[in-house]
Every structure is written in C-alpha cells, then in structure tokens.
Design a protein around this ligand. Structure first.
Ligand SMILES: [Zn+2]
Ligand SMILES: [Zn+2]
Length: 121
C-alpha cells in the first residue's frame, strides 16, 4: 500500500492516541484533510489490517491501532471505553459451538464505569 503524506498523518494521530478515535475526531486533529478523505483512508487501512474498526454502539465507528488483539468494555453513562485482554483460548472453549470454528473473538461489554460521574466535555 502506498503511504501518502495524508495517510501517514492519519496513522500518526491514531498511533499517538490512547483512545480509539472516530473519523471526525481525527478530522479535528487534521483539519486540513477533508473528512471524506479521512474516511476513505481509514477504510482502506481497515481492509489492509493496519487498524481495527470498532462499532461500539455510538453514533460513529471508532478506529484504533491494536498492538495486540483485545476487547472493549463501554460505560453506558459516559461511553468511556476500557481496553482489556482476556484468555482468549479459554473463552473460545467456553463459547464452543458445535459445527462452528471460531477464528476471531471480539468481546464488547456494556456496563457502568467507576468514574462516569466525572464526565467532562
Ligand atoms: Zn481497543
Ligand atoms: Zn462512565
């Protein structure tokens, strides 16, 4: 994949973010790149497997670079996302469905975080 300057800038923003980001959040950091261009690049990164697209139930999909595969827990009150890992092999055994081979495990938990009352913004 040819990395253009814009592509590299988008990757840098994701790389330096602690949080998963929506396309519009990336656009806020890179206002000189058209939002449609950001979307297009994000989708091609997802297809290439460079980044992971998360549908966490908000209005917008979020994107992140995963150093290692992990799962997400989302606060219903403040939409804070907690990134966590589990023993995937153990879970795959728990979830074993007859006649179904699990190749990818993506867990999204919903609940309430300890600090959602300090929501800012
Ligand atoms: Zn994550
Ligand atoms: Zn919360």
């Amino acid at each position: 994949m040819r990395i253009t300057k814009h592509r590299q800038e988008i990757l840098d923003v994701l790389d330096h973010s602690e949080e998963a980001l929506s396309a519009s959040a990336i656009h806020a950091s890179l206002p000189h790149i058209n939002l449609a261009t950001i979307y297009r690049n994000l989708e091609s990164f997802v297809e290439a497997g460079t980044i992971t697209k998360l549908n966490l139930g908000g209005e917008e999909a979020q994107y992140e670079i995963q150093d290692e595969p992990h799962h997400h827990a989302i606060c219903n009150e403040c939409n804070k996302v907690i990134h966590f890992t589990v023993d995937d092999e153990k879970l795959v055994k728990e979830f074993a469905l007859p006649g179904f081979l699990i190749t990818n495990l993506e867990v999204t938990l919903r609940g309430t975080c300890a600090t959602h009352k300090t929501k800012t913004k």
